[in-house]
Design a binder for this molecule. Structure first.
Ligand SMILES: Nc1ncnc2c1ncn2[C@@H]1O[C@H](COP(=O)(O)OP(=O)(O)O)[C@@H](O)[C@H]1O
Ligand SMILES: [Mg+2]
Length: 257
């Protein structure tokens, strides 16, 4: 069975696409089957995965039925297969939202129909919560990663994000900056409020992320040895462990049925 991982946030610019691209690139780099599904009308993840041109047609584009997703699946220079959002309008996004609300299993069914290897991790980039499509991704996902920037906005929007995910988000603080006392205080507050749901990892602020993104890369391909690059290595390892434990638990559960 495919493993679906939704990357969500309650704050805009929290780092959802950055985390999606880095986790996917890291898994591809270590030869784990991975794909990215972009459910964000920003249609920008292709650039982070190395595509030079904007994807015109994708899963959110008008007239692209879910059973036609195979046609929009593309390879990227990062080695990560991508289902891009494509150019979308409010009506086409609303139509996807309505489909997903009515057909809770639909997202997984369409992904299954693509015939990817069974152990593929499908990482889903979403629009900021609360958003109907993002909430459908949360409902379909095996693992929900809530990106919480260690900023005032991140702290203020954290409760809404937790509520919108019905408590299912495993939270990952982003933009950590050890040299900033305010940042440290906010991190502490975010961790205290989130308790066990905050992953014992953080992604540090690293200006190189923006620099390498401008050339269509992640820190993984750029071969950066920075703290943030290491953070993504650890986060990818955590993700594999978290989703593999789930598989084992599912198998155990099934064995006892
Ligand atoms: N850890 C980080 N360090 C430095 N810049 C970051 C980090 N995470 C994200 N950014 C930058 O913040 C901006 C917003 O990130 P993005 O991933 O596009 O957010 P979202 O997808 O949540 O809107 C981008 O310019 C990105 O390069
Ligand atoms: Mg984004």
């Amino acid at each position: 069975m495919l493993t679906l991982i939704a990357i969500v946030s309650g704050a805009g610019g929290a780092g959802r696409s950055t985390v999606t691209a880095h986790l996917a690139a890291q898994l591809a780099h270590t030869s784990h089957p991975v794909a990215v599904l972009e459910l964000d009308a920003q249609n920008s993840i292709g650039a982070l995965l190395g595509l030079r041109q904007t994807c015109e047609i994708g899963v959110l584009s008008p007239g692209v039925a879910p059973d036609a997703w195979r046609r929009v699946l593309c390879e990227t220079p990062s080695g990560v297969p991508l289902l891009p959002a494509g150019r979308a309008d409010a009506a086409s996004v609303a139509a996807i939202g309505q489909w997903l609300r009515q057909d809770v299993g639909g997202l997984r069914r369409q992904l299954d129909a693509l015939g990817m290897p069974e152990d593929t991790r499908v990482i889903i980039d979403t629009q900021r919560l609360p958003d109907v499509v993002a909430q459908a991704a949360v409902a379909a996902a095996d693992l929900v990663i809530g990106v919480v920037p260690a900023t005032t906005t991140g702290y203020v929007t954290q409760p809404n994000m937790m509520a919108a995910c019905a408590g299912r988000a495993q939270m990952v603080p982003n933009l950590a900056a050890a040299s900033s006392p305010l940042n440290n205080d906010l991190l502490h507050l975010i961790q205290t409020r989130g308790g066990d749901a905050v992953v014992p990892l953080r992604i540090h602020r690293d200006e190189a992320i923006g620099t390498v993104a401008a050339s269509g890369q992640t820190l993984v391909q750029a071969g950066h040895g920075s703290q943030a690059a290491l953070d993504f290595v650890h986060l990818a390892a955590w993700l594999l462990r978290a989703t593999t434990v789930d598989d084992a638990a599912t198998r155990t559960g099934r064995a006892g049925e």
